[in-house]
Design a binder for this molecule. Sequence first.
Ligand code: MN
Length: 738
Amino acid sequence: MMGPRSSRPVPVSVPVETDAEVTLESVLGLLEESGRTLDEELVRSVYDFSAEMHSDQRRRSGEPYLTHPVYVAWLLAEWGFDQVCVIVGLLHDVIEDTLTTREVIAEKFGEEVASLVDGVTKISQHAYVQRDDAQAETFRKLILASVRDIRVILVKLADRLHNMMTLEHMRPDAQRRIARETLEIYAPIAHRLGMAKVQADLEDLSFFYLRPERYRELDAKIKEKLKGAKGQIQEVSRRLERELAEGGIEASITFRVKRLYSIHQKLRRQGIDVAQLYDYLAFRVITESVKDCYAALGVVHQAWQLVPGRFKDYIAMPKGNFYQSLHTTLLAEGGQPFEVQIRTREMDSIAEDGIAAHWSYKQGEAQLDDDNQKMAWLRQVLDWQKEVDNPRAFLTALKLDLFPDEVYTFTPGGDVLAFPRGAMPLDFAYRIHTELGHHCSGARVNGKLVPLRTELQTGDRVEIITNNNRTPSRDWLGLVKTSRAKSKIRHWLNTEQNKRSGEIGRRLLERAIRKHKVSPKRAFESDRMATYLEREGIANLDDLFSRVGFGKIAPAQVVPRLLSEEQLSTTEQKPSKLRSAVSRMLPFGNAAIAVRGDGDMLAYLAKCCKPLPGEQIIGYITRGRGVSVHSAECPNVKNLLYDPEREIEVSWARTTDEVYSIQLEIETEDEPGMLARLTETMTKLGSNIRQISASTLQPGKGLIDVVVEVRDQKHFERLSHAIQDLPGVFEVTRRMGG
Ligand code: MN
C-alpha cells in the first residue's frame, strides 16, 4: 500500500512498514499491552462484521477496503485509547459506505458504539468550504461542537491521518483539497487536544501535498544542516550529561529536530533562511520530579551562557493545551545557540500525546491551569479521571458539550456562522445584512418554515424570508440574543420615532398657529421664526418639530413668539381632530386620555399597569412617544418620575370636566320665555352656562349673549343646531376673539 519511498514524507511517529504489521492481531496485541479490559471475542466479531460489510469494496490503491478501518483502529490503540475507540475505528465507515444502519449496529454492538459511529459519520457530512481564517476557526468549532463525545474526534483524527498517509492514490485536485482541509481543520484540532505528534504528522503530510517542491527543498537543507552540526550536538549532549550527573540530577537526555512544516512557518514568519535558523533542534532533559526540573535548569544556566529573553517557564504557566516544560536557549562554545527543554516524564508524555496521555495517566498529579476557556473541558476530563478508577465508566461519563455557549449554523451558501446559544432567526438575519433583518418576516430552518421565535441549533441551515412591508417592532428586542441585532433594531426604532415625533410636532404647531387664523406656512417662514430658532439655539424647523413632538417644548411656548399681539388676540376655538389623527399614527395612542394644559399631546396607556377608565392616573412625558399614562398606584411611576418636570396632569377624556368656554350671540324674537327655553335646551345638552345677558336690539328683536361650556366640536354643533331649531331664534353666531 505504500508508494515509492522517495515521493512520500515519512512522519516520524507513524511506522511505515505497516501492511504486514497492521493486522487485527497487532491491534489486539496493543490492547493487551495496555493492561486494560479486553474482550477479544467482541473485537474479533466487530472485525468480522466490518470485513463482511466492506467485503465488496476496494480503496483507490486497489487494496481491500478493510485495510483502512483496521489501520484506523490500530492508530487508536497505538495512541493509547481503549477498546471502545478501537471498535468504533473498525466500524467508522460502515454507516457511510455500506447499507448498514445505525440501528443494526446498536442491535449488534450496543447503543454506545452505534452513537459513536453515527457521530463520526455526521462529521464527514459537514462540507468544508475554504474561505478565510475566521471561517476555518468557526468550522473547527463546528466540528468540535457537533460531537458530544471526544472519542468521535479521536476516531476522526485517526481516519484523517490514515487517509493522508494514503493520499497518493487520489487525483491531484482531491489531494490538494483534502490536504488543505487537514491543515486548516484537523491539525489545529489535534493541537487543541495537545496531540503534538498527530498534529505534526498531519501538517507535514499536508505540506508535502500542498507545496511538494518546497517540502523537498527544506527537507534536504535541514538534513544537510544536521550533518554539519553533528559534532556539536554530540559535544553538547555529552557535556549536558556530565553536568547533570555532577549536579546529582537523575535525567535522560534526548534531542529532537523541529518538524518541517513548523520550520517552514518559522522561516516564513521571521523572513529568514535555513542558514539563519538555529532553534530547529532542541535537547530534551527528562527528569523524575518537578524539583529536578528547576535543579537541572540551574545546572545548565551555570554551564553555558544563556541567551536573554528566551527563558520560558511553562511549568508555572502551562499553555492552553496543558503543555508544561521549561525552555531556555544557551550559547555553545562556537557561539551557536541551542535550546534546552526540561520537563518530567509525565509532562513529556502530555506534550507528545496530549489527551491520549491523560487517558493513560491514572494519577494525573500535575496541577494544570486552565486560563484558556476553550480547553476547560480537558480539565474536566482530568478531574473525572481522578475520581473514576474504572476507565470505562469514566469514558461513559464523558458526554461533552465542548462549546456550551455557542451554536454553529449554515447559510444557504455553506458559510458557518457562530451565535450565542438561544439565538433566533432574527439574529441570523441581522448578522447577514441589516436590511435582511429589518424586513425579516420568517425563516426556513433545514427547509422547514419555522416561527421567528425558534432557537437555532448547531448544524441548522437557515434561510431568511423577507417582506418589504415588514418593519421592526419593539417586541423584537425581547426576541433577539445578539447585541448586533439589538442595536440595529433599536437604531431603526429610534430613527422611526424621530421621524414620527417630527411629524407630530409639526402638526401640533400648525394647529396652534391656525387657531389664530394665521397660515402655518407663513409663520414657519417668517423672520420671527428665524429669530426664535436662533435665540433658542434650535438648528432648524425639523429640530423644532422634533422637540415639540418629543414633548420638550409645548406649542404654547412657541406660538406667542411667532405671532404679533394682534394675531394672538384673534383666536378660533375649534377643537381639532388632531388627537385622533396623532393616535392613528402611533399604534399605542389612546384618544380617551386628555392631557391637561396641552390637549393635543399624544397620550397612551402604560403597558405596565394599563389603568382603567375612571381610575386615578398620572402622566409622564416620555422622550418621543408622547405621554405615558400610568395608574397612580403603579409602582413604576415612582421610578419613572425621576424628572418631576416631565410629570403632567392627565385625565380621562370621557369623564373629564375639561370643557371649552364659547361665546354665542343669539338673535331672537323679543318675547317672554325665550331665555328660559334657551337655558333649558343648553342644560339638556349637558352644557353649563357661565354667563348670560339679554338686550334689545330693535323693537321685536332681542340679542342674547351667552358664555357656555362645550366639550368639543361635536358638542358645540349639536348645541348650536338645537338652539337654531328653537322657535323664535333667528340666528346663532359664535363670537371669536374678545
Ligand atoms: Mn474512513
